[in-house]
Design a protein around this ligand. Sequence first.
Ligand SMILES: Cc1cc2nc3c(=O)[nH]c(=O)nc-3n(C[C@H](O)[C@H](O)[C@H](O)COP(=O)(O)O)c2cc1C
Length: 176
Amino acid sequence: MKKIIAFAGSSSKQSINKQLVEYTTTLLENTAFEVLDLNDYELPLFSVDREEEIGHPENARKFLKKIEASDGIMVSLAEHNGAYTAVFKNLLDWMSRIHGKTFYGKPMLLMATSDGARGGKFVLDMASSRFPRHDANIIATFSLPGFSDNFHDGKIIDKVLAQDLVNAVREFENAL
Ligand SMILES: Cc1cc2nc3c(=O)[nH]c(=O)nc-3n(C[C@H](O)[C@H](O)[C@H](O)COP(=O)(O)O)c2cc1C
């Protein structure tokens, strides 16, 4: 059986992106998964001086190993000021210094959610154009707008959005 990793680009304990990721894992039909939490991979703030001083931190290596060992990646990015959260960007910066092809060509289901009407579309667009440069194989994208209206009791209640996500998951699983 194929095994994917799933995580949110957030370190918030109540992360709505993590809630979306956890729900999305329940839609997988024939795929094992491991949910990762960025809080378990704490890292110093990247700078070239810091890198010179300490080299590459173990937690960045560990996360990269998880990507390399996986058959696919499910990620939902939180949006801060129209961009990646600092915690996710920091992880990406460190990992990209260890291995520029950071996503190892793995199939990716790329998602974002926020309470806003755009549902994290800025960060989703940013990642959609950038991640392939790090060798991501983006199979499908999904944005959930208005999280607090559309997500209740651990699932998406809007029927159209829920079906869109099921379709994205099917495409993703077929690519694994
Ligand atoms: C510093 C900051 C900036 C934010 N900027 C945006 C934004 O640009 N667009 C948006 O839709 N939501 C924005 N939000 C709201 C986040 O989408 C919201 O906090 C969401 O819960 C973040 O996802 P998470 O819970 O998975 O961390 C921002 C929140 C913070 C704290």
